[in-house]
Design a protein around this ligand. Structure first.
Ligand code: CA
Length: 219
């Protein structure tokens, strides 16, 4: 899953970035409203963590412009503890949820998981499909009840495909889920992770659609 972190405070940004990366999210971090706008126009994200008080363009302006473009990416706004008005304005401008600064990190992560789950149209916390279970909260993967150890990026590839069974994701789309701007991408990286998943979960779970990409069948 790829996240955009919009935060102008260097210390908060650095901390949140490290925490999110430790949870295996691919994260891009921008520090002002204009850069946020630019990133949201050019890249595709699974979720945005948006500070409202930003230089150059406020978080609310970024959010309103985003929704005016009919972009439905889940947005979690970050506000100060006593700023009830900001929370209301954020929600009314199209935010899906809010977190209060200073963050309780575990709560932040739980809210992110909840929004990602909801945006994927999933009620239950774990992905369950064809004998495979993937639980983002515990980071446990099992095959027919037996634990399977996946690398962070094998997990990310599998999660992206499990989120949309029956839908073909191209190599580029999968790369977008896996890598932030800072990462060097080798041309066959996605193939390598798919190969890893197949070795651990069986050759038939992820199917190759020649010339188009990969999918996990619906049934
Ligand atoms: Ca700020």
């Amino acid at each position: 899953m790829r996240l955009l972190l919009v935060e102008d405070d260097a210390m908060i940004g650095e901390t949140v970035l490290q925490v999110l990366r430790a949870e295996h999210y691919a994260v891009d971090w921008v520090r002002d409203g204009n850069m946020a706008e630019e990133a949201l126009r050019t890249e595709s994200y699974d979720l945005v963590l948006l500070d409202l008080g930003l230089p150059r363009r406020s978080g609310l302006e970024v959010l309103r412009a985003l929704r005016a473009r009919r972009n439905v990416v889940p947005v979690l706004v970050a506000t100060a503890r006593d700023a009830v008005g900001d929370r209301i304005a954020g929600l009314d401008a199209g935010a899906d949820d809010y977190v209060v600064k200073p963050f309780d990190i575990d709560e932040l992560l739980a809210r992110i998981r909840a929004l990602l789950r909801r945006s994927a149209g999933r009620a239950e916390p774990a992905f369950e499909h064809r004998g495979v279970s993937l639980n983002p909260a515990t980071r446990e993967a099992t095959l027919h009840g037996e634990p399977v150890s996946l690398s962070a990026r094998e997990w990310a590839v599998l999660e992206a495909l499990l989120a949309r069974p029956g839908v073909v994701l191209s190599r580029t789309q999968l790369e977008e889920k896996l890598f932030s701007w800072k990462d060097d991408i080798s041309s066959n990286a996605v193939e390598v992770y798919i190969h890893g998943v197949r070795k651990k979960l069986g050759a038939n779970l992820i199917q190759t659609v020649r010339g188009l990409g990969y999918l996990i069948p619906k049934q």
